[in-house]
Design a protein around this ligand. Sequence first.
Ligand SMILES: [Zn+2]
Length: 152
Amino acid sequence: MERSFGVDDVLAGQPSWGTLIKRGLMKKCPRCGGGHIFRSWFRMKERCPRCGYLFEREPGFFIGSYFVNFMIAEGFLFVLVMVFVGFKANSPDMGIRVPAAIGVAIAIVGPLVFYPFSRTIWSAFDLLMTPLEVEEIVQAADAVLPPPESED
Ligand SMILES: [Zn+2]
């Protein structure tokens, strides 16, 4: 397998915030933009297979992703309520059953659908707020780069 990641990438600076957020929204590694970082919909790999970035940077790291997931679900519910209020203003006889059913569906299905995105978005936010330490860069490189050739 040919490596698409080299020393230049290790030495490269922090991606811009726009790039980080875009990668988070696309379910990509925030550091290099590489894909295939999930084993399944709910299981993330420990490190990025392309750049070696360790996703769980400290114990309890992904608690923040639950907050992101919560905010996404709340955002959709807010939009639903606003649309309902708009319709209700024009037709006061409109029932609440359909909007309530949609709301329940969003509240249950939404967090499951957005689970992996919430993790990559959180990882992107974290990398934005806390750039990698040299030690983390070296460990990431060690995880993906071949060992240096011996001198003899
Ligand atoms: Zn990566």
